[in-house]
Design a protein around this ligand. Structure first.
Ligand code: GTR
Length: 327
């Protein structure tokens, strides 16, 4: 009898401890827009693997690639609301939500990718991260997305005049629409998944993106002139829903952050290789690339875009100046 009682007590304790585990364990879901084999896809899978390793299985993450859970603006909302916990987001479509993050969408604000990372790893990055966290998105680590350049199906672009009259797809962000308008073109904000068909059927004449996305989406097949304007250098984040993150113990937070940072190191390494291999691949397929000798006229045309941003966010002038003053 005594034995039986003792056993049932042990049994109850076991059940309780299992319940305890169930209450703290988390099964997260994550969004990514890219296809298999893309640097971000590989790195987000690595993040999921590291996450369960570093949290001893307390946190698991199921990644949904290829944008299967919706468009990027929708997924950003889902992570903000907690319907999803994790997303690999481009800061472009985050800009309309968090003004600090929108600073990276000012054309030509970064000199090059290393400059962008110097800013992100300093005070500027902290301000951007804080602005995002206040809107429900905590960036755990930064991914590289290279530089974006214009492409279209009719001619090389060398001057703003060449953009004049062109219908150009942009991501959802008024700064990008302003950018195209200031060059004399017609901006067409559109989801990433719709761009291929729109280029093919002439709904738009051109678009803009980095080498790996230009290649992985097949846009190069339907828009074979790639002009190295490099007008936008936009970072990406491994972002987490703020409530999910804030509910974690310090130890767990550190493990999650570490997993994201390690995945970012892998992403950046894979990115460098993919930028060259994508360029090589599309050029072999017949893409005509041109260097733009003088980017000055493009940069000068962006003055009203900066003015619009600063007049809507006068308190962010120091952030813009900080970035511009960062060596
Ligand atoms: C890619 C980026 C995606 C998405 C896409 C787009 O370079 O990695 O997150 O922003 O561009 O143009 O919509």
């Amino acid at each position: 009898m005594f034995h039986f009682k003792k056993r049932s007590l042990i049994g109850a304790a076991l059940v309780l401890s299992m319940l305890g585990t169930a209450a703290t364990a988390a099964d997260w879901r994550g969004w990514n827009i890219h296809v298999e084999g893309y640097p971000n896809t590989v790195a987000m899978d690595k993040f999921a693997e590291l996450l369960s390793e570093k949290t001893n299985g307390e946190i698991t993450l199921q990644m949904f690639h290829g944008g299967t859970l919706g468009s990027q603006p929708d997924a950003i909302e889902q992570v903000r609301l907690g319907a999803l916990e994790i997303g690999n987001f481009n800061l472009g479509p985050i800009g309309p939500i968090a003004a600090e993050a929108n600073v990276v969408s000012l054309p030509f604000i970064f000199k090059d990718v290393p400059h962008m990372f110097r800013v992100l790893n300093g005070e500027g990055g902290a301000m951007i991260a804080e602005g995002m966290a206040a809107k429900g998105l905590v960036p755990l680590a930064w991914y590289d997305a290279g530089a974006r350049s214009f492409y279209n199906g009719t001619k090389p672009i060398n001057t703003p005049d060449d953009v004049s009259g062109m219908k150009v797809r942009v991501m959802n962000n008024d700064l990008y629409s302003g950018m195209i308008s200031e060059l004399g073109g017609n901006p067409s904000p559109m989801a990433f998944a719709e761009v291929y068909q729109s280029l093919k059927t002439g709904v738009v004449d051109g678009a803009e993106n980095n080498w790996p996305s230009y290649e992985s989406t097949g846009h190069y097949e339907v828009a074979g002139y790639y002009s190295l304007s490099q007008h936008l250098i936009i970072p990406e984040c491994v972002c987490i829903n703020a409530d999910a993150y804030n509910a974690l113990s310090d130890e767990m937070k550190a493990a999650v952050k570490e997993a994201a940072m390690e995945s970012a190191a892998l992403q950046q390494e894979l990115w460098a290789a993919r930028e060259s291999s994508s360029r090589e691949m599309v050029e072999k397929a017949g893409v005509v690339t041109n260097v733009i000798d003088d980017k000055g006229p493009f940069q000068e045309a962006m003055v009203p875009v900066y003015e619009a941003y600063l007049s809507a966010n006068p308190d962010l002038r120091p952030l813009v100046e900080l970035i511009q003053a960062t060596e």
